[in-house]
Design a protein around this ligand. Structure first.
Ligand code: ZN
Length: 261
């Protein structure tokens, strides 16, 4: 059984900007899915904003091991019900890889709980990515540093919580630096944010970037059975305590009652 991956693309710039559609005739999501499918251990399909349920109905997410997310111009058009659904699947064990301008996506901000803001400049600068965790599985097969000749600059301070691990930092020609590859655990789900991928540059055609994405899919995949109800908060009545106890003092709730949320 291969790792089941869905590459979610906002698919807006591909329809409205000739530079982007020339670089990515099948969409950035199509290019990324092709790169992932070059690995026999991965089966990647795509979903876009414009589809019903943004291509992410519950039954599809339930069968998705790892979801990749690229969004930029239309974060606000993503249905909150779909964001809730994705968050619950991450908490239940689905892997999530958030790409580039996805730092401001509803799902990433929800899972981070911080503004996820940064500084930026669109000037085609050279980006040099440095490994900061050499034997991390996401960095497998990569040199200690590699370059992208043209990229958008993202700079610190990056408004994220302290990562579980920082796998890459980036240096930009203008002098800024950025934590460009960071990992988190949210519930049972593995989350990776990866910075490169501005839509007017050929970043997702780059061999090193494609290797990072394939590695990240394998890292984010949690093979354990998905948690059925990751947000359940059941009441345990006195009679159900593991050790016998005597009830004391006043109380607000009845046995077995749904708690307040
Ligand atoms: Zn960008």
């Amino acid at each position: 059984m291969t790792i089941q991956v869905v590459v979610w693309g906002e698919n807006v710039h591909e329809q409205t900007n000739k530079v982007v559609s020339d670089l990515y005739p099948t969409g950035m999501h199509g290019c990324i899915a092709d790169a992932l499918n070059s690995d026999p251990a991965i089966t990647a399909t795509t979903a876009t904003l414009q589809q019903a349920d943004h291509g992410l109905p519950a039954h599809r997410l339930a069968q998705t091991d790892v979801l990749l997310w690229w969004g930029h111009a239309a974060h606000g058009q993503v249905d909150d019900a779909v964001v809730d659904r994705v968050a619950e699947q991450v908490w239940a064990g689905m892997g999530l890889i958030v790409l580039h301008s996805g730092h401001f996506s509803k799902i990433f901000k929800r899972l981070m709980g911080t503004p996820c803001n940064l500084t930026w400049r669109e000037a085609g600068e050279r980006e040099r990515l440095w490994l900061t965790s050499r034997n991390h599985p996401i960095a497998a097969g990569l040199p200690d540093h590699f370059e992208l000749e043209n990229e958008e600059m993202y700079g610190e301070p990056f408004g994220i919580p302290d990562p579980m691990e920082t796998v890459f930092i980036s240096w930009f020609q203008g002098g800024e630096v950025f934590r460009s590859g960071v990992t988190y655990k949210r519930g049972a789900g593995n989350v990776f944010y990866f910075r490169p991928g501005h839509e007017t540059y050929p970043t997702y055609h780059d061999a090193n970037i494609q290797m990072v994405l394939r590695n990240a899919v394998k890292w984010a995949h949690n093979p354990a059975k998905r948690i059925v109800d990751p947000t359940a908060a059941p009441n345990v009545p006195v009679a159900g305590a593991l050790e016998p106890i005597v009830e004391r003092g006043p109380r607000l709730h009845h046995d077995g009652e749904e708690g307040l949320r």
